[in-house]
Design a protein around this ligand. Structure first.
Ligand code: SF4
Length: 232
């Protein structure tokens, strides 16, 4: 069975099991509207080898989109670089921009509690964002900015090879899974990332849960789904 046949067979089995198979297009493909294709291709080529340290240096030196002009610093990611779980959020906010670390402040504390409840304390996971630089006034990321920055996240996933990706929040989920589906409809199923079929589970952003504490029960259901997806 050649790799293409194996992939098709695996996808058929996963779909039979209710796992939604999704394979992100490879980096360096057609650029999104507003994205500069040349920087995307250049970033992809520039980071295709090298370790975490080299990658973080490239992120911190990046000027590929306009966000580098308004942010305090690029926020690469934080945590165990051999973690089983990768948590992906949207972009740095004001606290993260100031401290250089994703998910700090009240939302970060709630995320920490959620992870601890799932048996994965913050120090045992890796946490990164779709965008490494803070959009002004916390506006939504533009498609071109996501397209420019995505090679960094793809390289982080490649280095980490996590057993599970937990995506928090609508913006992160829609951009990672390339869909307009509302987050409420994305929850409750396991997606599959890339050729290696990494399970992906979507849940609410802790900032939303702070505003809507009645939804915390659903977030707990999402975490249980994540634990089940990795056989825990
Ligand atoms: Fe580079 Fe990403 Fe920052 Fe844009 S947001 S400057 S692509 S690191």
């Amino acid at each position: 069975m050649n790799p293409e046949q194996a992939s098709a067979w695996q996808q058929a089995v996963l779909q039979e099991l209710g796992v939604e198979v999704w394979v992100r297009r490879s980096a360096g493909g057609e650029a999104a509207p507003g994205a500069a294709a040349e920087p995307v291709a250049r970033i992809s080529a520039d980071i295709e080898s090298g370790d975490w340290s080299a990658l973080n240096q490239k992120i911190q030196a990046c000027t590929a989109c306009e966000l580098h002009q308004s942010c305090t610093q690029a926020v690469c990611g934080v945590g165990d670089e051999q973690a089983d779980w990768l948590v992906i959020g949207e972009a740095p906010g004001a606290d993260e921009d100031r401290q250089g670390e994703p998910f700090v402040g009240r939302a970060g504390q709630l995320l920490n509690e959620m992870l601890r409840a799932a048996g994965r304390p913050r120090e045992l996971v890796y946490i990164a964002n779709i965008l490494k630089c803070r959009p002004p006034n916390n506006r939504d990321p533009k498609p071109g900015e996501v397209e420019c920055c995505m090679p960094f996240l793809e390289r982080q996933i490649s280095l980490l090879q996590p057993k599970l990706i937990l995506v928090v929040g609508r913006i992160a989920a829609q951009n990672l899974l390339q869909t307009d589906t509302p987050i409420g409809k994305m929850r409750g199923r396991v997606y599959s990332y890339g050729d290696s079929g990494i399970p992906v589970v979507v849940t609410y952003h802790p900032a939303y849960l702070l505003r809507s504490p009645g939804q915390k029960r659903k977030a707990w259901e999402d975490l249980q789904l994540a634990m089940n997806a990795t056989g825990e």
